[in-house]
Design a protein around this ligand. Structure first.
Ligand SMILES: Cc1cc2nc3c(=O)[nH]c(=O)nc-3n(C[C@H](O)[C@H](O)[C@H](O)COP(=O)(O)OP(=O)(O)OC[C@H]3O[C@@H](n4cnc5c(N)ncnc54)[C@H](O)[C@@H]3O)c2cc1C
Length: 336
């Protein structure tokens, strides 16, 4: 549909403005659909709900664009053989705005889902009231917290084997972790790597027994037990990983394990803080939705993307759930 020249109509009714001695304390704005989060799920929900004439407001949070803004190459977004993560997210924001969504740089500090309209309080002092809410606050990979890990993120250090394994064809890879995710990632990475070393700080894994059996039988996988990674080693120009420095927690022996890719698989933390006392969560903190939909336990509240998903955790699956959330919200609003 040709939308050139169409400027988005003001989407929000200003219904209140509190002042104390002439200082604006914060306004209250009402919207039909409030989208919290600006990753692929949030922006896709914004595109769909804007095109359904719902005039959504999207609040971006502290990481505008979400997790893909901290990576470099993305090679699995359909239609883009090769795009930088931050560029993809700039495109998504522009797309959502072009369709008429209002994208706001702000952070939601509290959310009341017990009363209607739903009420979100933002860091700026603005209060948003909404008939429907789409939660798309995503998740964050847990990291070791090493300065060298930070330095090489996106340049050899990753938290996503599905996303980045392809870049290490024929190369040596190190994975750290001891749960199902670490074992899955290590096994998956054998499709690309010449060798995978799995480092764990204990002498046994937490992963399911059947996964462990597959892992221990795999000819490309070597275990390094009772060890931690103390530093990621690499080159400056070009920036790249060459090894990880490990310390044996029982003997203190220091050993450098050569690798081109270092995958941190010590878990993810879904950003469910806003709703943890209001909505049922899966173990691990992921928001529960009805299977096959984005409906949460509260009618009119929908959840999409990594916030609800401990299995796939991909940009395209998050975007797909963002689409579903917008369609679910639109149908729910139409029925009310
Ligand atoms: C390093 C790295 C590389 C990756 N590479 C790929 C890849 O190549 N391909 C791929 O498909 N996937 C990749 N992924 C996974 C992909 O990034 C995620 O699956 C996807 O971003 C999840 O999208 P999302 O919209 O659910 O949430 P996120 O991208 O996590 O975004 C969450 C959003 O919520 C906002 N938010 C959180 N709390 C609040 C709040 N209180 N108020 C307002 N906003 C809030 C944040 O600011 C953020 O904008 C990668 C992930 C990482 C970490």
């Amino acid at each position: 549909m040709q939308r050139a020249g169409l400027s988005p109509a003001p989407t929000i009714a200003y219904i209140q403005c509190d002042t104390i001695q002439g200082i604006v304390m914060g306004e209250t704005r009402h919207t039909k659909v409030l989208i919290i989060g600006s990753g692929p799920a949030g922006y896709t929900a914004a595109v769909y709900s804007a095109r359904a004439m719902l005039q959504p407001i999207l609040v971006q949070g502290l990481q505008p664009g979400g997790q893909l803004t901290i990576t470099t190459e993305v090679e699995n977004w359909p239609g883009e053989k090769h795009i930088q993560g931050p560029d993809l997210m700039v495109n998504m924001q522009a797309h959502a705005e072009a369709m008429g969504a209002e994208v706001i740089s702000d952070y939601i500090t509290s959310l009341d889902l017990q009363n209607r309209p739903f009420t979100a309080t933002a860091d700026s002092g603005t209060t948003y009231t909404a008939d429907a809410v789409i939660l798309a606050t995503g998740a964050q990979a847990k990291w070791l917290g090493l300065p060298s890990e930070e330095k090489f993120k996106g340049f050899g250090v990753s938290a996503c084997a599905t996303c980045d394994g392809f870049f290490y064809r024929g190369k040596e890879i190190v994975v750290i972790g001891g749960g199902n995710t670490a074992v899955e990632e290590a096994l998956f990475l054998t499709n690309f790597a010449s060798k995978v070393t799995l480092i764990h700080r204990r002498d046994s894994l937490r992963a399911e027994k059947i996964m462990q059996d597959r892992l221990f039988k795999h000819p490309k996988i070597e275990m390094l037990w009772n060890s931690e990674v103390t530093e990621v080693l690499g080159t400056e120009a070009p920036l790249g990983v060459t090894a990880v420095r490990t310390r044996n927690l029982q003997t203190n022996e220091v050993k450098d394990v050569p690798c081109s890719g270092f995958f941190v698989a010590i878990g993810h933390a879904p950003a469910s803080e806003l709703v943890k006392d209001q909505l049922p969560l899966h173990s691990g903190g992921y928001v529960q939705v009805e299977p096959g939909s984005t409906r949460t336990a509260i009618a009119g509240v929908f959840a999409a993307g990594d916030l609800t998903d401990h299995v796939y955790r991909q940009a395209v699956t998050s975007a797909g759930m963002g689409c579903m959330a917008a369609l679910d919200a639109e149908r729910w609003l139409a029925g009310h």
